[in-house]
Design a protein around this ligand. Structure first.
Ligand SMILES: [Zn+2]
Length: 162
């Protein structure tokens, strides 16, 4: 296992739509293990999408106190409800945080590392992290959701780094 370097803007991989995983083989297991090690390497890291480590595949990991070691392959948001204003940062956009709108609740389906189909109903930080990471798989960054540049602030370590 290895801690992988985090890809930051303006790397074009962050703007690409990631490909679906067809087979959960050894290379995918290795990617997942490395992504989990990378997210755990710094307590400020809460979640990671594969494009952030330079692999354009639909894999995300989340590691927050209320949801440790979540692995989702080919995740899809099947339901969203509510709206709230959140403060958010991104490991791929270092040195900034912003205020954007996210859903209050989301339901996500996908597969876990063993290929089993799972469904997660989430709110609070977990819902935010799921929306943020699934956005990454679609080439979308939180800064794309800013309604104005006034909502972007140049301060570090003030927001969850997803
Ligand atoms: Zn991010």
């Amino acid at each position: 296992m290895a801690v992988l370097p985090i890809i930051t803007l303006p790397d074009p991989v962050l703007k690409q739509k990631a490909k679906r995983v067809k087979t959960i083989d050894g290379s995918i297991q290795k990617l997942i293990a490395n992504m989990l090690e990378t997210v755990r390497a710094d307590p400020g890291r809460a979640a990671l999408a594969a494009p952030q480590v330079g692999t354009s595949l639909r894999v995300i990991v989340i590691d927050i106190p209320e949801a440790e070691n979540i692995v989702l392959i080919n995740p899809e948001i099947v339901k969203r409800s509510g709206e709230r204003l959140v403060t958010e940062g991104c490991l791929s956009v270092p040195g900034y945080y912003g205020e954007i709108k996210r859903s209050e609740q989301v339901t996500v389906k996908g597969r876990d590392a063993s290929g089993k189909e799972i469904r997660i109903k989430a709110e609070e930080l977990l819902a935010q992290a799921l929306e943020h990471e699934i956005d990454h798989l679609n080439g979308v960054l939180y800064i794309d959701h800013l309604e104005s540049q006034d909502q972007l602030h140049k301060v570090e370590d003030e927001a969850p780094q997803l």
